[in-house]
Design a protein around this ligand. Structure first.
Ligand code: SAM
Ligand code: SF4
Length: 328
């Protein structure tokens, strides 16, 4: 579906608000108030809703996310069912990779095409500080498993936080040299921990790029397969690309092709606008089907804001939901 010149073809599907980590930029230490089970869409409900709307809306890509999607039981079955629909060309998943070592192969067999892996540091002690748990070793093993399973392109996302992990961007960029890994640097958004953002601010993609330009002499490159907003470069001779995602300094609202469905059944058409959600779960549970559901999505898309209003200076965020409740 096209709205305000933007063709909406990509759905981010959050399957849970639970997570096995508590990353400092995403959640408070004590975690978030977890949704009661009855409020979470079941896989049957999800599959029926998507099967109804994917064709009429022209959805081409689905990215499964969370919370941490691999902690929800039965995820392989969901992937299998979404893949079997035959309309979604690009089925992908975003994960912290802690559970990926065992699951990469089965996910690929179930029909998943590719993964994005969150990794903010290459130092074990820093990893535990940023993620408040987990294990860097397990993430690295998860990356290997994803490559081996052919979940390509494997993209690695680093949220760059001044004074926390910005001194590692060169090491992160070097991951692209010998293997076909694509590293993307994401500007730190004031969602989830706006206090940290107020204190640390964020580093713009432009200044990161000039830092990497100085170190490596980047050349511009075509992006790997994907439907997202990153701009890509390459270290000369490297196998993978380097991307920059700039939601704050250079927002991509005018070309934003995505909508989100939260685990509790809200259609959210803008990551950064809390107040434009549309509830699809309640009408679905009341028995609405077919065109009525499609119209609910169409109406939500019509309300998609032309642009988010987050000031480029990046502070002042005051969001009702954190990233793990939206799906990133
Ligand atoms: N648990 C999975 C993971 O971490 O990959 C999927 C969900 S997570 C909410 C999705 C993405 O949002 C991750 O890449 C994470 O780094 C990013 N994210 C979370 N909070 C963020 C923030 N305040 N600013 C920028 N990116 C953020
Ligand atoms: Fe969990 Fe992902 Fe949020 Fe980290 S970024 S707390 S892994 S949902």
């Amino acid at each position: 579906m096209t709205e305000q010149g933007r063709s909406i073809s990509y759905l981010r599907l959050s399957v849970t608000d639970r997570c096995n980590l508590r990353c400092i930029y995403c959640m408070p230490q004590e975690g978030i108030r977890i949704l009661p089970q009855r409020d979470i869409l079941t896989y049957d409900e999800l599959v029926e809703i998507i099967a109804t709307v994917a064709g009429p809306l022209g959805l081409k890509g689905i990215r499964i996310t969370g919370g941490e999607p691999l902690v929800r039981g039965g995820i392989l079955d969901l992937v299998r069912r979404l893949s079997a629909m035959g309309v979604i060309e690009d089925l992908s998943l975003t994960t912290n990779a802690l559970l990926l070592t065992k699951m990469a192969g089965p996910l690929r067999e179930a029909g998943l095409r590719r993964v994005n892996i969150s990794l903010d540091t290459l130092r074990p002690d820093r990893y535990r500080r940023i993620c408040r748990g987990g294990s860097l070793e397990r993430v690295m093993a998860g990356i290997d498993a994803a490559v081996e399973a052919g979940l390509a392109p494997v993209k690695i996302n680093q949220v760059v936080i001044p004074g926390v992990n910005d001194d590692e961007v060169e090491q992160m960029a070097r991951l692209t040299v010998d293997r076909e890994l694509h590293v993307r640097f994401i500007e730190f958004m004031p969602i989830g921990n706006s206090d940290l953002q107020r204190r640390r601010k964020y580093i713009s993609s432009a200044s990161l790029r000039s830092k990497l330009q100085e170190s490596f002499g980047l050349c511009s490159a075509d992006g790997p397969r994907g439907l997202g907003p990153a701009r890509y470069y390459r270290i000369p001779g490297a196998k993978g690309n380097i991307g920059f995602i700039s939601p704050l300094s250079r927002h991509f609202c005018s070309s934003c092709n995505r909508i989100r469905l939260t685990a509790d059944g809200w259609i959210r058409t803008c990551l950064l606008s809390d107040r434009v959600g549309v509830d699809v779960k309640t009408p679905f549970r009341a028995g609405e089907r077919g065109d009525v559901l499609v119209d609910i999505f169409r109406e939500a898309i019509r309300r998609k804001p032309a642009s988010h209003d987050l000031a480029p200076k990046g502070n002042g965020g005051n969001f009702i939901r954190t990233m793990c409740q939206i799906g990133g």
